[in-house]
Design a protein around this ligand. Structure first.
Ligand SMILES: Cc1cc2nc3c(=O)[nH]c(=O)nc-3n(C[C@H](O)[C@H](O)[C@H](O)COP(=O)(O)OP(=O)(O)OC[C@H]3O[C@@H](n4cnc5c(N)ncnc54)[C@H](O)[C@@H]3O)c2cc1C
Length: 243
């Protein structure tokens, strides 16, 4: 089986997020980047699926050269090889077009993404790639099993789960529960240095939308410590005005 895993390079969850002066771009200075946590889950499942077989796992990232440490980490987790489409990933449409263009030429049995990227939280890439490749795409996947070319998928829905089946090839947006993220071992880290990482030029994609402005959430108000119910009720009535 040939699997393609899409890897997004995102700020560490503990990063302090700021914007440039006109609030149209996220300020990268001093920010530590990691593999998108949902993509780590997808990658770990892909590695499990090909273990002991002649299958391959290719990771793909749309990004500039600064994403290469993240790609090498994916290789250390167990991917066979990697592709970087050399361009700033300006939005989900641009990213999906690049991935679909590459995948059309290669033909994969299974394409995995995370359920969303934790930076821009669009949850768009998997559905867009599925549409561009004319293959089924399923989002928020919690579990899947493959028998021959038949894939059975469990996805999360409000208050329950949905079970569906389809034929490969398919693209899945994976969520928590698919498997535990693998931690690279020393052998993986050493071998990642020499695994193939192909850098390809981006294809032209028309811009469909531009960012007007980002806004940070309002700072949290001060916390008041209250030690009796009467005072709490009074504050809820006079200050919070919710009673
Ligand atoms: C400095 C910088 C500035 C950016 N500015 C913007 C911006 O202004 N607006 C914007 O929308 N995006 C921007 N991006 C790109 C952003 O990181 C995403 O790559 C892209 O927008 C898709 O976001 P999404 O939230 O829709 O992805 P989702 O659809 O939520 O992502 C789902 C999955 O798609 C895959 N995926 C997402 N991005 C990539 C990628 N780049 N390469 C390979 N697989 C990927 C991953 O598997 C991910 O889990 C910027 C990135 C950088 C590094």
């Amino acid at each position: 089986m040939r699997i393609l895993v899409c890897i997004s390079h995102v700020p560490d969850t503990t990063s302090k997020i700021t914007f440039n002066s006109d609030h149209t771009e996220f300020n990268q200075s001093g920010v530590q980047f990691i593999i998108n946590p949902y993509d780590e889950i997808a990658l770990s499942r892909a590695v499990e699926l090909v273990e002991g077989t002649d299958g391959t796992v290719t990771v793909i990232n749309v990004g500039d050269a600064s994403t290469e440490p993240t790609i090498r980490k994916a290789l250390a987790v167990g991917a066979t090889d990697a592709v970087r489409i050399d361009a700033a990933p300006r939005d989900a449409w641009f990213v999906a077009k690049q991935i679909a263009h590459y995948a059309t030429e290669q033909s994969y049995d299974l394409i995995l993404t995370g359920r969303e990227s934790i930076d821009y939280n669009g949850s768009q890439v998997a559905a867009l790639v599925g549409e561009l490749l004319h293959i089924p795409s399923v989002s928020i996947v919690k579990k899947f099993d493959i028998q021959d070319r038949e894939i059975t998928i469990e996805r999360e829905i409000e208050g329950g789960k949905e079970v569906l089946s389809t034929q490969l090839p398919v693209i899945l947006g994976t969520a928590e529960g698919v498997t535990e993220p693998k931690i690279p071992n020393m052998r993986g880290i050493m071998s990642a240095r020499t695994k193939p990482l192909q850098v390809l030029p981006a294809v032209d994609v028309p811009t469909l939308s531009t960012i007007s402005k980002y806004e940070s959430p309002a700072p949290r108000g001060q916390v008041a410590m209250v030690d009796d119910v009467e005072q709490l009720v009074n504050l809820l009535h006079t200050k919070a005005k919710v009673l």
